[in-house]
Design a protein around this ligand. Structure first.
Ligand SMILES: [Zn+2]
Length: 319
């Protein structure tokens, strides 16, 4: 498909039901969702999969420019500052202007991604029900039920709260390396956060490494399980809820200098124990684990002022 054309496909069942939207390639080099979506659309077209109720909308390639270049972004990260733009400036702003109304016209979002490095698939989930200022939400039970039938066994929450915590700390420190645009929790709003802000619920499924040949199968199973779980397809065997490893993000540490370095090679979800050395800053400060838990999204390529790594700890919400 052309780099400047957006397309989506909606299928309607005979009777009313949930309105589900499934995204692939929000990041252009994450193609497992694209492959799985095309398989499911072929099954629906061929009649081997029947949509009984509701509507399912597929966006095989949410970011066609990034997809064509096999890169994460076109001109910026589509999965940040997602909102309609009165004066779109870069390519992703234009995508936002058709994607946001499309998301708002659905009830449930399954956003399919993949990741760098090693590790097993995991799902990113929104907050518990709350009416607080960061991410008010009232559909936590439905989102939790969806989380447990996707077929993966690791779930992580705490994203936007942790992002906001990091911003407040940067503001308190008055550090000049941070761009003004980033000093706002809205910068942390991606597809799932936008969906929740519009009254729906949503999960991000990280299906495996970008190049893992199994990742499209993880995405495919998740789509079929979601359709069955929501009652859109008439499968005789409903997906079984899985017990899950349950983690919560609680802190984000930025690089102060691009030369800040990790003390070893870290992969997401490597366990860390309290006091363990994680990295060393250029000024000699040794970064240690504040408590037992896990390192998440370590980025040794981060620049000054960028997110260096997140910290997570075990909890029991998804068990
Ligand atoms: Zn991604």
């Amino acid at each position: 498909m052309a780099a400047d054309i957006n397309e989506y496909f909606s299928f309607y069942g005979k009777s009313d039901g949930p309105r589900l939207i499934i995204l692939g390639a929000v990041h252009g080099n994450e193609t497992c969702g694209t492959k799985a979506i095309r398989q499911v659309m072929a099954q629906l077209d061929g009649g081997t999969l029947k949509l009984e109720r509701g509507r399912v909308t597929f966006v095989p390639v949410a970011n066609p420019l990034a997809y064509q270049n096999n890169r994460r972004f076109g001109e910026r990260n589509l999965n940040r500052m997602l909102k309609p733009y009165a004066e779109p400036a870069v390519f992703e702003d234009h995508i936002a202007n058709w994607l946001c109304p499309l998301l708002a016209d659905h009830d449930v979002l399954l956003d399919l991604h993949s990741f760098q490095g090693a590790g097993r698939p995991f799902v990113m989930v929104g907050p518990e029900n709350n009416s607080g200022p960061i991410e008010p939400f009232q559909c936590a039970e439905q989102e939790l039920a969806l989380t447990k039938i996707l077929g993966v066994q690791r779930a992580v929450d705490g994203w936007l709260e942790t992002y906001d915590y990091g911003i407040k700390r940067r503001q308190a420190a008055g550090e000049s390396v941070y761009a003004l645009a980033e000093q706002n929790v809205q910068f942390g709003v991606g597809t799932t956060e936008y969906m929740r802000s519009q009254g729906g619920y949503a999960v991000t499924l990280e299906c495996g490494n970008h190049l893992d040949p199994e990742a499209p199968a993880v995405a495919l199973q998740a789509i079929l399980n979601t359709l069955s779980h929501l009652g859109c397809t008439a499968d005789t065997v409903a997906p079984v809820p899985r017990t899950m490893e349950s983690l919560r993000l609680y802190d984000v540490i930025d690089k102060a200098d691009a030369g800040d370095t990790f003390s070893r090679e870290w992969a997401s979800f490597d366990a860390i124990t309290r006091g363990q050395e994680i990295g060393v800053r250029v000024n000699g400060e040794i970064m240690r684990a504040p408590e037992d838990g896990y390192i998440v999204f370590p980025d040794d390529q981060a620049g000054a002022g960028d997110e260096w790594f997140y910290l997570a700890k075990a909890h029991d919400r998804f068990e």
